[in-house]
Design a protein around this ligand. Structure first.
Ligand code: SAH
Length: 343
């Protein structure tokens, strides 16, 4: 059985042609799938024989809601979805003034090993299929009743470690006959798998690339992010520069402020140098404390001092608001809790 939700309308049209059906059926089917039908029988503008043929050749991927938590502070919604094979992933819907943003997972677990992150604790199980990522967006939209206008690939997993499925997902969710979410409304966040940056740039997708930098020097970065070992900050900034030159899209640096680890004036100055070199935007994130991890968020004084240095250097800097802190809304925390029977 072929996963029909992972097929782009062109591919669907080609498959239908082989079945002796006209190409325009592809658009009808794609639209039904976007609306979330659970079976081919619900596609009432298709003939019964065609519905039966489709039924015998294709499966329709859907997610089952295991948990839903709504933040009492800010309305952030966190979903835990069960995938067709029984694994579970998290999706978060955040309500911003500029529109509702969905934060989706790209893998079940993660193998990047960042020392402050909850998603990586059990390692990687598998990458998500494009259809599963698409359903994170569509199921969240349907279930919440909120129109989604922005997507961030900042949930569980490393998107560039699941490159082909992620790119396919981007094309599916961007398609005008489907969810039609513009690439400029999509951010992809990476821990810096630089060997994939040129491939991504070559696709010229116009999305925003966010780089989880978290430290501006190799000593600090390799300590907290194993992905830095064997690659290095210099090579990362070079790759960012090439990406920026080629796509014209400014890169955003994510920087979680960790007490006593990456939050000194020395770190701020070196970070400013990197940011200025490639006109990157810096997004400071107050660290979310993870039970299993020893790290603590920086003090407000150190955060202020850090911001002050970046601003003095002329860097474009913002501090991320903490949404959904009462619903375990940071990477991997809910999935872990439920898996351990503590949820
Ligand atoms: N693998 C990708 C995307 C997933 S994580 C990446 O590394 O970018 C999304 C963001 O949350 C990353 O910037 C990640 O470093 C950050 N993050 C992970 N754990 C965190 C924590 N405990 N507190 C704050 N940010 C965290």
């Amino acid at each position: 059985m072929k996963d029909i939700k992972a097929m782009l309308p062109d591919e669907l049209a080609a498959a239908l042609k082989e079945m002796g059906e006209p190409a325009y059926r592809a658009k009808q089917i794609f639209q039904w799938l976007t609306r979330g039908v659970a079976s081919f029988d619900e596609m009432t503008n298709l003939s019964k024989p065609l519905r039966e043929k489709l039924q015998s050749s294709f499966s329709i991927t859907s997610l089952k809601m295991l948990r839903k938590q709504v933040s009492a502070h800010d309305g952030t919604i966190k979903y835990l979805w069960e995938l067709p094979d029984g694994n579970a992933v998290e999706t978060v819907v955040m309500r911003y003034h500029h529109g509702n943003t969905v934060c989706i997972s790209s893998q079940v677990g993660c193998r990047q090993g960042c020392a402050f992150c909850a998603s990586t604790i059990g390692g990687l199980i598998r990458g998500l299929e494009s259809s599963e990522m698409l359903e994170e967006v569509l199921s969240s939209e349907r279930e919440s009743g909120l129109k989604i206008s922005n997507i961030v690939l900042m949930g569980i997993g490393e998107p560039l470690d699941n490159f082909d499925s992620v790119v396919r997902f981007l094309r599916l969710v961007n398609h005008p006959d489907g969810a039609n979410i513009g690439m400029r409304h999509i951010s992809l966040s990476t821990c810096g798998l630089i060997e994939r940056f040129d491939d991504l740039a070559a696709l010229d997708l116009q999305l925003t690339l966010s780089v989880s930098l978290h430290a501006p020097d190799d000593e600090t970065r390799s300590r907290i992010m194993p992905a830095n070992r064997g690659r290095g900050v210099e090579a990362l900034i070079d790759a960012c520069e090439r990406y920026y030159r080629r796509t014209g899209r400014r890169i955003s640096f994510e920087y979680a402020m960790i007490d006593g680890v990456n939050d000194t004036p020395k770190h701020a100055k070196l970070l400013a140098r990197h940011a200025k070199r490639i006109s990157a935007h810096v997004n400071l994130i107050p660290l979310n404390h993870v039970e299993e991890r020893a790290f603590q968020p920086s003090t407000p004084e150190h955060l202020q001092q850090f911001i002050h240095i970046l601003e003095r250097e002329g860097v474009n800097v913002t501090v991320r608001r903490r949404l959904g802190s009462d619903v375990d809304a940071s990477c991997g925390q809910l999935r872990k809790k439920v898996a351990e029977g503590r949820g």
